[in-house]
Write a protein that binds this ligand. Sequence first.
Ligand SMILES: [Zn+2]
Length: 67
Amino acid sequence: MAHAGDRPDRQPSTGMRHPELLPLFATALAIEVAHLRWVLLTQWRCRRCHVRHLDCECKPAWMKMLL
Ligand SMILES: [Zn+2]
């Protein structure tokens, strides 16, 4: 089994291959979460009052905190 870290043209692997990319991944993840949150708020409708979650007043408290 050959590992990617065994290749001579790469830096030797020390657990994480690209730790410098971690902030980038964190940023991308934060953007993705914000995007999903926005989709959830604007595209989904409340089962009870049938308005978007953005306009809904009856959504549970935990959802208000989350969104
Ligand atoms: Zn509602």
